[in-house]
Design a protein around this ligand. Sequence first.
Ligand code: ARG
Length: 462
Amino acid sequence: MPENNKKLLKGRLNQPISELAEAFNASVSFDQRLALYDIQGSQAHLQMLMEQNIISQEEHAIIKQGLENIQKEIENGNFEWQQHLEDVHMNIEAKLIENIGEVGGKLHTARSRNDQVATDLRLYVREHTTYLLQHIRQCQHNLLDLAEQYHSTIMPGFTHLQIAQPVTFGHHLLAWFHMLQRDYERLSDNQKRTNKSPLGSAALAGSTYNINPQRTAELLGFDGICGNSLDAVSDRDFAIELLNNLSLMMNHLSRICEELILWNSDAFSLVDLPDEFCTGSSIMPQKKNPDIFELIRGKSARVFAASNSLIMLMKSQPLAYNKDNQEDKEPIFDSLDTCLDSLRLFAQILPNLKPKKENMQTMAAKGYSTATDVADYIVKKGIPFRKAYEIVGEIVRLAIEKEKQLHQLTLPQLQSIHSLIEEDIYQHITLEGCVNARKHLGGTAPEQVKKSVQKLRQTIST
Ligand code: ARG
């Protein structure tokens, strides 16, 4: 181990750390992901130190160049990360001092790894939240395109996984759109709380130097500072919120994937999933397995676990920073990777999704799915709904007995159950009649789906 590296953290310790403890303590294997954010934070801190006359312009210039050189090394993949230097922060600082000499040691004036790591993590989360938001928007654009294309395609709507009422495929796609819209809103709101600067909090109590925390916040594009040094270095609630929000988002994606898996099965046969996102079986040549869909569904579990892990990590921690918090990074990184990949895949899948329109229509007609509309028809003739409900029960029994769908019953057959039923009933109980009638805002009618698509396009483009 080079002498100056050993010295960086030696302080009052007489004995070197044990080998096992060193490995256990180190986080560099995973927190090196923060490297560029760490340098970004250091450059802002450095600038502020110079502006406040805490370091000279010459020192600033040398350290700035030193950090830029290290950044290049990292970007080119030439930086050698060392476990004995514990984490990303110490690795970069040690290298800086090795390259530019003692002056490099001035960078850490008025700073601690505690406010440094909190800053790095907020920068990382902020940027990745922006990526998430962009990918959600891409999925939403693709959903709107599909909803427009299939605004009048009739499919079965389900409750209890039984055919309930006909809906339009476009309407179902818009349901997915709205789920993602709430995820989008939650994440952007969350980003506001992430976007505060902890820099200047130092270890926990702030700094004795004449620092300007608002200036570093401004240089890093933060929307203000955290406001309390103890809270700033210790809480990770912005990240807990993120993982909770991502859990909800993955819950949505898992439900959507589950629907697609069901619809793609032989039993439903309502969609054809794109081959590019399916795999074959190693033994059964006829198989087309929806692996990617099952994996998005399955990987949601990692995100739920990560969100649990982070809140458990924070629970009961006394103020201020505790080393426990080093354990925050892997669940955050893993969840962000999983969610970004899942969204990327979902966005690519959507334009290639092929509904089997005829099967959708045939299945929608099964299961007496227009029964509610028969009841509504009778109600409009002045009969109370509960009575109409009974009458339709009888009509359905008759249809079962005759082995017919409702619209296949003859007028005399229908009139044998209730005399108020007239010829015009048939307009109301076709699949088209059923969906067309639900034309209010939020309803399934093709004309409403088209209107909603227009409106939602505007919502997401502003
Ligand atoms: N690697 C540490 C973390 O991830 C950095 C902060 C360490 N601070 C300390 N005082 N030990 O949290």
